[in-house]
Design a protein around this ligand. Structure first.
Ligand code: G3H
Ligand code: 13P
Ligand code: ZN
Length: 363
């Protein structure tokens, strides 16, 4: 079926009280695996591509510094791919731009066929963030594309830093922001953090979620709430990575019970990226462990050596640099071992999350 917009998925999550995970992808094989596992589990799927990942899909080596033209190309390639795959499935799928840096990249994704975009103005002043977010909302709305905004900075992992210097989202400002911008959903800061170290025993400020939810409700603001930086960094995965020689010191996730409490408090969209990166890297290392001859293979050698030289880098976009074309073309049977490593990581992480967030059977 055609792609649905993000709002459709999040309103269902809100209504039927489950968490809609949003998974970051960087390879079309991850998209295939995501669709396959969501079909098996009859779960709605929200796929997201981060702003720099658009450049990676476009084949730009230095993708973190890709130009708007590169990103336009990447956005079109990914959207065409997902739209085509969605035709053959009955599960609802939305395609979202994660952390869009400016209006141009959001526009590029809307024009390419994405059904949801995030404009991340969280580092700007409140007023500037509002002005820029409105520009994106006005454009996206014409095409029935949903918009996510962000307020608050995901930095502090200390408990209760709700003071003048707090980086956590102020609920009163959240209401004003949602009312003025008319965004569909709002990313907030309440104790989560991007990456593989969220801090020890993080206690999420679910009071902030409840306060924002209640303010939206009493003021008739139809806006769902988003949790970024929500990977749980499973301990067994950390143990595996350590066994294979990765440097996993200072690696801490958000406890799954904390995320589930946040969902019960009013979080609707939960972003997961790092868990998939780590599982992929574990699978790649397992592949080399099982068959030593891969270490000598002229194409796979780089992957192994990169990981051994960069033991704290779990981003497969770095270790799989020689396979940039495969990001959008998919791995052929010749490289089935890498394709399997990528796909199995997706099955492993997404299946757990679908069950934990209770989106199983919610299509
Ligand atoms: O929130 C950011 C996501 O984890 C994507 O990361 O900017 O390295 O693509 P990226
Ligand atoms: P993690 O780094 O916790 O996976 O968060 C991903 C994210 O927020 C993407 O926007
Ligand atoms: Zn994020």
């Amino acid at each position: 079926m055609p792609l649905v917009n993000g709002k459709y998925l999040l309103k269902n999550a809100e209504k039927f009280k489950y968490g809609q995970a949003a998974f970051n992808v960087n390879f079309v094989d991850q998209i295939d695996a995501a669709i396959e596992i969501h079909e098996i589990m009859h779960a709605p799927l929200l796929i997201q591509v981060a702003d720099p990942a658009l450049g990676f899909f476009a084949g730009v080596y230095d993708f973190k510094n890709s130009t708007i033209e590169d990103k336009k190309r990447g956005a079109k390639l990914v959207a065409d791919y997902v739209i085509n795959k969605a035709k053959d499935t009955k599960i609802p799928i939305a395609l979202h731009l994660d952390h869009g840096r400016n209006f141009e990249v959001c526009k590029a994704c809307v024009d390419a066929g994405f059904t949801s975009v995030m404009y991340d103005g969280s580092s700007l002043s409140f007023e500037e963030n509002i002005t820029n977010t409105i520009e994106v909302v006005e454009y996206a709305k014409k095409y029935d594309v949903s918009v996510e905004g962000e307020l608050g900075v995901l930095a502090g992992v200390e408990d209760d830093v709700r003071a003048e210097s707090s980086t956590y989202t102020n609920p009163i400002q959240a209401l004003e922001f949602a009312e003025k911008t008319k965004i569909d959903y709002l990313a907030i800061s309440y104790g989560t953090k991007h990456g593989s170290n969220k801090g020890k025993d993080v206690n999420l400020s679910t009071e902030i979620v409840i306060a924002i939810r209640e303010l939206f409700l009493f003021n008739n603001v139809d806006c769902q709430i988003v949790s970024h930086g929500s990977s749980t960094i499973p301990r067994y995965l950390v143990k595996d990575l350590s066994k294979y020689g990765m440097d996993i010191e200072n690696t801490e996730g958000i406890k799954i019970e904390q995320i589930k409490k946040a969902i019960r408090s009013g979080i609707n969209k939960i972003n997961i990226d790092t868990d998939i990166r780590m599982a992929t890297t574990r699978n790649l290392l397992e592949m080399f462990e099982k068959d030593e001859s891969y270490k000598l293979n002229k194409y796979y050698k780089f992957v192994y050596e990169y990981l051994m030289d960069n033991r704290g880098d779990f981003d497969p976009r770095s270790s799989l640099k020689p396979f940039m074309n495969e990001a959008i073309e998919g791995f052929s049977d010749k490289d089935k071992c890498i394709k399997d490593a990528i796909k199995k990581a997706v099955y492993e992480i997404m299946s757990q999350i679908i069950v934990e967030f209770n989106s199983l059977g919610k299509i």
